[in-house]
Design a protein around this ligand. Structure first.
Ligand code: GLN
Length: 253
């Protein structure tokens, strides 16, 4: 009798183990995928599209993420979240890497590791075509809008001008289009996209006020192996011109 009970318990344990594996697809799903966190509100780097390169997500960064997945033998997945939450999600292990047109800066580099830089950008000002703003100091008495947590916000903060921060670039642009603000400070390639998509806007640059920035992929400080793999793919994509091609393709769209 005791023997039978033991056998029964063993069978139950086996069935449960099999069922557990079956529920997970019978394999360790995490080993087969690489999850990138992004904020799909930043064209031409990441945006939602009907037929994106990874599901509904498209853009320069999404194509890079897809290629990284392909080259390291994993399926690239995207977790779309607020820009401000990305580095926390990385530290919590919710995502494996962050690709979000993210500028490599010393403050962020204290929290996470950054890949080699893959894109050079700068902050610019978007204004109405008839605006008198010609340089950054002209913003002093104007209504400035930035996007929360972007490097553009830190730049304006450092200049000491009051501003309003919006959660999405598209919302900030609507404020400008509707005449509710005078200037939006945002990254150059994204600015070009917005100016192309909306009538009556122009870009004003000020190289003295805004230095150049470099985008990198962020990885958890503990995950040095993944960082090396990402760097290898990025270096290759930079050297063979793939990143330049992607930038040209998505900027023209
Ligand atoms: N490059 C800017 C930053 O890192 C904006 C990035 C973004 O909005 N995705 O803050």
């Amino acid at each position: 009798m005791k023997k039978m009970m033991k056998k029964f318990a063993l069978t139950v344990a086996c069935v449960m183990t099999v069922a557990m594996f079956a529920a997970c697809g019978g394999k360790d799903e995490k080993a087969d995928t690489i999850t990138f966190g992004t904020n799909a509100e930043f064209p031409p780097f990441e945006f939602v599209a009907a037929n994106g390169v990874i599901g509904e997500y498209d853009g320069i960064d999404m194509a890079i993420a897809k290629q990284i997945g392909d080259e390291i033998g994993k399926t690239a997945q995207i977790e779309n979240m607020e820009f401000d939450s990305l580095l926390l999600a990385l530290q919590n292990g919710q995502v494996d890497a962050v690709i979000a047109g993210m500028t490599i800066d010393p403050e962020r580099a204290e929290e996470v590791n950054f890949s080699v830089p893959y894109y050079t950008a700068k902050q610019v000002m978007i204004v109405k075509e008839d605006s008198s703003i010609a340089k950054a100091t002209d913003m002093a008495d104007k209504k400035i809008v930035v996007i929360q947590g972007y490097t553009g916000e830190s730049c304006v903060k450092e200049m000491g001008y009051p501003y309003e921060a919006f959660k999405k670039g598209s919302e900030a642009i609507m404020e400008l289009v509707n005449g509710k603000c005078d200037v939006v400070v945002i990254d150059s390639a994204t600015a070009q996209k917005y100016v192309g998509d909306n009538e009556g806007l122009k870009i004003v640059e000020d190289a003295e006020a805004f230095s150049s920035e470099e985008y990198g992929i962020a990885v958890n400080k503990k995950n040095t192996e993944l960082l090396e793999q990402i760097n290898e793919v990025l270096n290759k994509m930079i050297a063979d011109g793939t990143i330049n091609e992607l930038s040209a393709k998505y900027s023209e769209q």
